[in-house]
Design a protein around this ligand. Structure first.
Ligand code: ADP
Length: 397
């Protein structure tokens, strides 16, 4: 079965065509600057990347260009659109309505729309992508895979905020968590990779990308995660602050004469390791800065790693122990310095580091703790597109 995986944002759209039997990517790419000018990146596996600058005023036109590229007689990955058997859509926020992936029926789409309030930047864009695909491929089954679904197993004590209860009742203000597709994929793969029984395991997944979150997965179910109502809570990220004293908002707003939007912009886009270092949100730049003696870059790496270690400690408490810790996403998979710093706080758990393997691991699966380490620590590359394709096949078959 060929599954087209779509991750649609407000002005961009990422896609992959995956053969579900072999799990091979047949082609992938992205549309950028939708509604502005337009740029299609397309790559059939085994061939060079093609970049086409072309007007794509709407998402429907962008998806039409993707479909045209997929069936292009020279560089297409399939001969005709009838070879697309299903479409899997990433949907950011499923609120409390979706604890699992689901077929996108008209009723389901209405329910997703009801969650727009909770993710005003993301959900409407996801829905636009779904509508466009439905128009262009009316007979192809479509599935929604939610970032929040995996975390719906969190107990009340983990998801309620210390706020007046009426805000939960009236507006559903609670912790939801994000990156669920990745946390689910990586926790399952961790158990498999380490030969553990997922149903009888305590796993902590550290998804450290530009957006970063961490989760506690007990017997295969999420019991806590660091992102909240929005992806702003928790770890220090590329440009997001993560946890701060909420009173800082008023303090800075007054000093800098900012309104609430201005403050939110600072917390989402100008903070994190970018804001701390004044250098970059990218760990390649921060590492270079650190090696060149840039103190602010060093601070950013230290604060980032320390925050991860503190969350791990709190999730060990939440699960009354831990069997395995998995690092994933851009930083987790590639930056051995961050992994080393995080692990340096975990000696009390009986974590001992295999320094040579940790230093040599960049983007591959590996066990980076020693054979006699009490807690196994590993690197497990995430693959959200494959996870979406698998979920889609499971519902369509
Ligand atoms: P997202 O999907 O949230 O954009 P990713 O998981 O792709 O994030 O992670 C992107 C981040 O990972 C980059 O900003 C950078 O900090 C880091 N990263 C990716 N590759 C490398 C690498 N080879 N070396 C160091 N850092 C890397």
């Amino acid at each position: 079965m060929n599954v087209l995986v779509i991750n649609c944002g407000s002005s961009s759209l990422k896609y992959q065509l995956i053969d579900s039997e072999s799990e091979a990517v047949l082609a992938k790419g992205l549309c950028e600057r939708i509604g502005i000018d337009g740029r299609l990146v397309y790559q059939k596996t085994g061939l060079d990347k093609e970049i086409t600058e072309a007007a794509m005023p709407t998402h429907k036109q962008a998806i039409q260009m993707v479909l045209d590229a997929l069936v292009n007689p020279k560089t297409g990955a399939i001969a005709s659109l009838s070879e697309i058997d299903a479409v899997g859509h990433r949907v950011v926020h499923g609120g409390e309505k979706f604890a699992a992936s689901t077929l996108l029926t008209p009723e389901v789409l209405k329910t997703i729309e009801e969650c727009n309030d909770l993710a005003p930047l993301h959900n409407p864009a996801n829905l636009i992508g779904i509508d466009a695909c439905k128009e262009l491929m009316p007979n192809v089954p479509m599935v929604g895979v939610f970032d929040t679904a995996f975390h719906q197993t969190m107990p009340k004590k983990a998801y309620l905020y210390g706020l007046p209860h009426e805000y939960y009742e009236k507006y559903k203000v609670r912790r939801y968590g994000f990156h669920g597709t990745s946390h689910s994929f990586v926790s399952k793969r961790t158990a498999e990779f380490l030969g553990m029984d997922l149903k009888n395991s305590k796993i902590i997944v550290a998804h450290l990308g530009n957006g970063a979150s961490i989760s506690a997965v007990l017997n295969g179910e999420c019991v806590d995660t660091s992102m909240g109502l929005t992806p702003l809570e928790g770890l220090v990220m590329g440009t997001r602050s993560g946890d701060i004293d909420p009173a800082i908002m008023e303090f800075i707003a007054k000093k800098e004469n900012l309104d609430i939007e201005g403050i939110m912009n600072v917390l989402n886009k100008k903070s994190g390791v970018q804001g701390m270092s004044g250098l970059s949100s990218d760990f390649r730049d921060l590492q270079a800065g650190h090696e060149a003696g840039n103190e602010l870059a060093t601070n950013a790496i230290e604060v980032f790693s320390y925050r991860v270690a503190k969350y791990i400690g709190s999730y060990v408490a939440a699960m009354n122990g831990v069997d395995a810790i998995a690092f994933t996403a851009g930083i987790g998979e590639n930056v051995n310095l961050v992994r080393e710093k995080v692990m340096s706080y975990l000696g009390y758990l009986g974590v001992t580091v295999n320094q040579a393997v940790n230093d040599a691991t960049h983007g591959d699966e590996a066990i980076i703790s020693t054979a006699d380490s009490k807690v196994k620590v590993c690197v497990i590359p995430t693959n959200e597109e494959l996870a979406i394709a698998r979920e889609t096949v499971a519902l369509v078959k």
